[in-house]
Design a protein around this ligand. Structure first.
Ligand SMILES: [Zn+2]
Length: 402
């Protein structure tokens, strides 16, 4: 009030003016207090990028109204691409020459891409001596042809030492092994491995994970052992180690169970024989090429996604992390994208998403995201399926009539 008194003394105001000044001062104090009490607006969320094309206020209100596409659209990420029933990977350990000579032609005849795990530091000499004696390995040139054909090349260690032992050199067996393969096979990126003798330790798995391997494969040599295998995450994925002595029916039963459960069947194979391969070029306990043919035919008769080990692992991991992001644009239009929280180090694979609502849905290109690579399906009643790379692609879905 000292401030008010000073004013009146200095300017000798009449009474009515005093009243106005008093009221103005009170108003000033109230406004100032309100400004202090009003909450500070929250900083915009940094995780969600700013809307690149703000829609009008009216469209926004429309988009949120009951009955709008945004309020009714259901979106689900497919367990496996294109809503396949299950996934399967065919993998080969050791890189013996029969895999190049016998397995590769069978795979290519059926248009199947597989994974070959190589013993990196035995490849230069071309021979690896195991308990049974020397085995001839495929050459780097032959491995390069497999990679060119779309097969995955992974590591099976540098020297095929048992990595569950505590005196092993993990830097050599895991890191140097990958470097050697990538140096010999330009263009190849090694991101998976299979444990020699299918054995590993928590320490070895931790090392693999911390040095950039996205997945590693274990295995079981007989169906009963496979049933008891505990999956210890993507760094020890159980696999069915088919051998010539095993009854095929038991493995087939396990495969049928996996399909019924929407699971991931991983086959761990070694030798492949077509009757014309010298003994030294055959891998461990070879199975006839007709058996590989039979496995593939059975999988292809079902709606099973067959892909290299690393591709399935990458899809599975991304699908578990991704979430669908819907952005209302207007009453009948919604922008759809997928988000993951971390920055992907490489271009992520596309995940399949089903969008469903009453009416005819039409998926259109997102004109505000020209880098998007979404596959645009034809419009369909009530549901549309799109494939999107998280954090990169988006589409606009529109409803035409209901
Ligand atoms: Zn092996």
């Amino acid at each position: 009030m000292q401030f008010f008194r000073t004013l009146t003394l200095r300017y000798r105001c009449p009474n009515s003016a005093k009243l106005i000044i008093a009221l103005a001062a009170v108003a000033l104090v109230v406004t100032a207090c309100a400004a202090i009490v009003r909450p500070v607006p929250e900083a915009p969320e940094t995780a969600e990028p700013a809307d690149p094309a703000p829609y009008s206020e009216r469209n926004r209100r429309d988009a949120m109204r009951p009955g709008s596409l945004y309020s009714e659209l259901e979106a689900a990420i497919a367990r496996w691409p294109e809503f396949a029933e299950a996934a399967a990977s065919i993998t080969f350990d050791d890189g013996t020459r029969d895999q190049y000579l016998v397995a590769a032609p069978v795979l290519e005849r059926h248009d199947v891409r597989a994974t070959f795990f190589l013993i990196s530091h035995k490849m230069d000499r071309g021979v690896w001596v195991d308990q049974a004696g020397p085995r001839r390995l495929m050459s780097w040139r032959e491995a390069a042809r497999l990679a060119d054909a779309g097969h995955e090349i992974g590591s099976h260690g540098a020297t095929h030492v048992d990595l569950s032992r505590n005196d092993v050199n993990l830097e050599l067996e895991l890191d140097a092994s990958r470097t050697q393969i990538e140096r010999r096979l330009p263009g190849v990126t090694v991101r998976t491995l299979s444990w020699p003798y299918w054995r590993s330790t928590p320490e070895a798995r931790k090392h693999a994970s911390e040095t950039g391997y996205i997945a590693a494969r274990g295995g079981a040599a007989v169906p009963d052992q496979f049933r008891n295998l505990q999956e210890t995450g993507t760094l020890n994925v159980p696999a069915m180690g088919l051998r010539p002595a095993d009854p095929a029916e038991e493995w087939d039963e396990l495969a049928a169970e996996a399909v019924a459960n929407g699971g991931w069947m991983v086959y761990a194979l070694h030798g492949l024989d077509n009757g014309s391969i010298p003994d030294m070029e055959l891998g461990w306990e070879p199975i006839p090429d007709s058996e590989l043919e039979r496995i593939i035919t059975r999988l292809q008769a079902r709606d099973v996604w067959i892909a290299p080990f690393g591709e399935v692992a990458a899809y599975k991991q991304l699908r578990e992390m991704a979430r669908v992001h819907l952005e209302p644009l207007s009453y009948d239009r919604v922008r759809v994208s997928l988000r993951v929280d971390h920055d992907a180090e490489e271009i992520p694979p596309k995940l399949t998403v089903r969008l469903a609502a009453e009416g005819t849905l039409l998926v259109t290109r997102d004109e505000d995201n020209r880098g998007a690579e979404a596959d645009l399906p034809a419009g369909s009643e009530r549901s549309a399926v799109v494939s999107l790379r998280p954090n990169l692609d988006s589409v606009v879905i529109e409803r035409r009539g209901r």
